[in-house]
Design a protein around this ligand. Structure first.
Ligand code: TYD
Length: 228
């Protein structure tokens, strides 16, 4: 595809603080402080278009018992919808697209933790995205024991996948780390998320700023930190 924009994704096991990071730090910084406004769009998966939001409801509902194949395909259906309706058009018109979880979540959760296999999910991701691959992926890495404890203490309720046992969440983390070590190494930035939120946010913003400058989305706005 003719991709003029940039796709930035945030990934990681439960409790790494992705959602707060994106909502409270990255979004206001990108849209307001750096002035990208509507040229930067923010999405989450599962979710996005009205249909994808309905799919999210089905997927995360604690009272649902869903077979693994159905779960795999519902995540992919929501992704296909987002790619066709929002992500591809935005990238073709030069926008910055930020997503809280994308195809790598399916690799880690379904491919590895649910043992569907990386090869199978890879193929499905290619099909549902039509070949869209993130340019930059931040992995907010955290030991699942610490992450789940954080989740337990937060006001957010547990969803259907949070409720899986600790072994499942260890497999999710291992899935991510083997992706980082294995393929498409250039796009991954691993962040230690077991730190105060402000330290995590500062590191992510520094790294993101470097990438935006490198890719020509920011000019002459390198912070003093980077000029040294
Ligand atoms: P959400 O409430 O958005 O949680 P989080 O803050 O952890 O992102 O729930 C999304 C859940 O769906 C989360 O447990 C990860 C899971 N998931 C998959 O299993 N496969 C996928 O492809 C995606 C996008 C998410």
């Amino acid at each position: 595809m003719n991709k003029e924009g940039l796709l930035i994704t945030f990934e990681g096991p439960e409790g790494g603080g992705k959602t707060t990071l994106v909502k409270e730090f990255i979004k206001p910084w990108i849209q307001e402080d750096l002035g990208f406004g509507e040229n930067a769009i923010f999405l989450r998966e599962p979710g996005g278009t009205p249909i994808s939001e309905e799919i999210r409801e089905i997927l995360l509902n604690k009272s649902h018992k869903i077979g693994i194949k159905t779960e795999v395909l519902l995540f992919q259906a929501g992704r296909a919808e987002n790619c066709d309706e929002i992500i591809r058009p935005a990238l073709e018109t030069g926008k910055l697209v930020f997503i809280d979880r994308f195809g790598d979540s399916s690799i880690a959760y379904q491919g590895c933790a649910r043992s569907v296999g990386v090869y199978n999910i890879d193929w499905l991701n290619k099909f549902s995205t039509g070949g869209i691959i993130p340019d930059v992926t931040f992995l907010l890495d955290i030991d699942p024991e610490i992450g789940l404890r954080r989740r337990d203490n937060s006001t957010e309720g547990k969803n259907r996948l949070d409720k899986e046992n600790l072994d499942f969440h260890h497999r999710v983390r291992e899935g991510y780390l083997s992706e980082v070590a294995g393929r498409s190494q250039g796009r991954w930035i691993v962040i230690n998320a077991d730190r105060p939120q402000i330290d995590v946010a500062t590191e992510v913003m520094e790294k993101l700023e470097e990438r935006l400058v490198l890719r020509g989305f920011l000019e002459g706005q390198i912070s003093k930190e980077h000029e040294r």
